[in-house]
Design a protein around this ligand. Structure first.
Ligand SMILES: Nc1ncnc2c1ncn2[C@@H]1O[C@H](COP(=O)(O)OP(=O)(O)OP(=O)(O)O)[C@@H](O)[C@H]1O
Length: 414
C-alpha cells in the first residue's frame, strides 16, 4: 500500500551502545524523530481518510444530498486512525446505515486501501471499527477436532468466518442444505467432516443415495445407517426405490403428528433423517438414460418427484435433505422450486455465474475471485446471515473419514 504507508518511529539510541542518558544532541535527535513520526502519522491518517472517502463514493456507501449548488456526496466520517499493525480506523455510520453495509463492498474497499480484506467490528452507538487485514484470514488451515455430536440438536461445526467467528448448525433445525463446488474444491471433504460429526448421534439417521459409493455405502458397513443408503450405478432402480421408501416414512410421520403440534420432535425412535444426495445431477443423468416403462413414470421422474416431496414437506417430519452438485443449475437439481427449498447454501470454488445462481445477485461481486478459491473456502448463505466467505474445517484424508465412521458410527441394535 505505498500510497498510505507511514513511518515507524526509529529508536534513537546513541552509537556507543551503552545504556546511558542521551546528551543534548541525543535529546534533540529524539525530539526530531518524535516530531517526524507524529507528522507522518497525521499525513498517513489524512491520506487514508481521503482514499476511504473516494472508495465510499465509488462503491456507493454514501449519501447524495441535494443542495442549492447541485448534488453533494456525504461519506461516513472517519474518527480515530490507528497505524497498527493492523491498520484500523473508526467510522461513524450515517443515518440508516448498518455495520453490515460494509461487508459486501469490504473486499473492494480494502483493495483500494492496499489491504487484502476488511474486518468490521461494531463499537458503541453508531460507530464501527474497520480493520485492514494484510493477509487472507482464511488462509490458515482449520482442522476438524475429533468431536461427535451427542444429539441432532447439538451444533456441528460448519466453518470459520473472516472475523474468526465459528459457525455451527444443528441438523435438527429445519433447514435443507445445498452444497456446490467444482472438482477438487473441497465439497466432499466438507461433507465427510459433517457426517463424521453426526454419525454417532442416537437421534440422527444418515440415509441417502451416492452413485460414487465413497461418501455413503461401504464406509458405513456395520452401522445403523447403512441399510438406508444406496450406492453405485449398477442398480439405479434401487435409488428411486429408497427415495420412495423415505417419502413413505415421511408420510407416515406426517400422519402421526400429535393434534396440538405442527411438527415431529425427533427422538431416538423417530430420528432426524438426513437424506444425503451425493452428485445428484449425475444420478439424474444416469437415470435419464434408462428407457421409460410403457406405463407410469420414468426413473428420473420418480427420483425428482421423491426429492421434491422430501424437500417441500420433509421439514415438519424431521427430514433434512443435503444435496451435492458441481453446479446447482435448476435443471440439474429438479427445477427452480426444488432449489428454492434449501435454506442453507454453500458454494465451494464455482464459476462466477454459479455463485450468483445459488446465492442471488448479492453474491455477484464475489464471483470472479471465488472462481479461483482454494479448497475448503466457501461462501455460505443462511443461518440468518448474509452471504459470507468461510473456511470449512478439514477432517484429513479419506482414511480418516473411514476410521471415524467405523469408530463412532451408531451401531444397529441387535
Ligand atoms: N477444508 C479443506 N482444507 C484444506 N484442504 C482441503 C479442504 N477440503 C479439501 N481439501 C483438499 O482438496 C482436495 C479435494 O477435495 P475434495 O475431494 O473434497 O473435492 P471435491 O470438491 O469433492 O472434488 P470431487 O468432485 O472431484 O470429489 C482434498 O484432497 C484435500 O487435499
Amino acid at each position: 500500500m505505498p500510497a498510505i504507508e507511514h513511518l515507524r518511529p526509529r529508536p534513537s539510541g546513541h552509537r556507543s551502545g551503552r545504556d546511558r542518558a542521551p546528551g543534548f544532541l541525543g535529546r534533540m535527535r529524539q525530539r526530531r524523530a518524535q516530531r517526524d513520526y507524529e507528522a507522518s502519522v497525521l499525513t498517513f491518517a489524512y491520506t487514508l481518510k481521503g482514499e476511504f472517502r473516494d472508495a465510499c463514493e465509488y462503491l456507493r456507501v454514501c449519501h447524495y444530498v441535494s443542495v442549492a449548488a447541485g448534488i453533494t456526496v456525504r461519506t461516513p466520517r472517519v474518527g480515530e486512525v490507528r497505524v497498527g499493525p493492523p491498520i484500523s480506523f473508526t467510522v461513524e455510520l450515517m443515518p440508516g446505515q448498518e455495520p453490515e453495509d460494509f461487508r459486501k463492498p469490504g473486499r473492494r474497499m480494502a483493495h483500494t486501501l492496499g489491504a487484502h480484506g476488511l474486518r468490521i467490528e461494531p463499537l458503541a452507538g453508531r460507530w464501527v471499527r474497520l480493520v485492514l487485514l494484510e493477509a487472507d484470514p482464511l488462509a490458515e488451515h482449520f482442522g476438524l477436532p475429533p468431536v461427535t455430536a451427542g444429539s441432532g440438536t447439538e451444533t456441528v461445526l460448519l466453518g470459520r468466518t473472516e472475523d474468526r467467528t465459528t459457525l455451527g448448525h444443528a441438523i435438527a433445525d429445519p433447514a435443507h442444505l445445498a452444497v456446490q463446488g467444482m472438482n477438487g474444491s473441497g465439497k466432499s471433504a466438507f461433507v465427510y467432516g459433517l457426517l463424521a460429526q453426526l454419525c454417532a448421534a442416537p437421534d440422527v439417521l444418515v440415509a441417502g443415495s451416492d452413485i460414487t459409493g465413497l461418501l455413503l455405502g461401504r464406509v458405513w458397513d456395520d452401522t445403523a445407517h447403512r441399510e438406508w443408503q444406496v450406492v453405485g450405478t449398477h442398480d439405479l432402480e434401487a435409488h428411486a426405490a429408497l427415495l420412495e421408501q423415505l417419502v413413505a416414512e415421511m408420510d407416515r410421520r406426517l400422519a402421526t403428528i400429535p393434534r396440538r403440534e405442527d411438527k415431529i420432535t425427533p427422538t431416538v425412535t423417530v430420528p432426524t433423517v438426513l437424506v444425503v444426495l451425493e452428485e445428484f445431477p449425475g444420478l439424474l443423468r444416469a437415470a435419464g438414460a434408462v428407457p421409460k416403462p410403457k406405463s407410469g413414470k420414468s426413473l428420473a421422474e420418480r427420483i425428482v418427484s421423491a426429492q421434491l416431496r422430501l424437500l417441500s414437506e420433509g421439514r415438519k417430519a424431521a427430514f433434512r435433505v443435503l444435496t451435492l452438485a458441481q453446479r446447482f443449475e435448476a435443471t440439474a437439481v429438479g427445477g427452480g422450486y426444488a432449489r428454492d427449498q434449501f435454506a442453507l447454501r454453500l458454494s465451494f470454488r464455482v464459476p462466477a455465474d454459479s455463485l450468483a445462481m445459488l446465492h442471488g445477485d448479492d453474491a455477484r461481486p464475489f464471483g470472479q475471485e471465488h472462481a479461483n478459491a482454494d479448497p475448503g473456502i466457501a461462501y455460505l448463505s443462511g443461518l440468518g446471515r448474509d452471504c459470507e466467505r468461510i473456511r470449512v474445517p478439514h477432517l484429513g484424508d479419506y482414511g480418516e473419514y473411514v476410521d471415524r465412521i467405523q469408530s463412532y458410527g451408531r451401531r444397529a441394535e441387535s
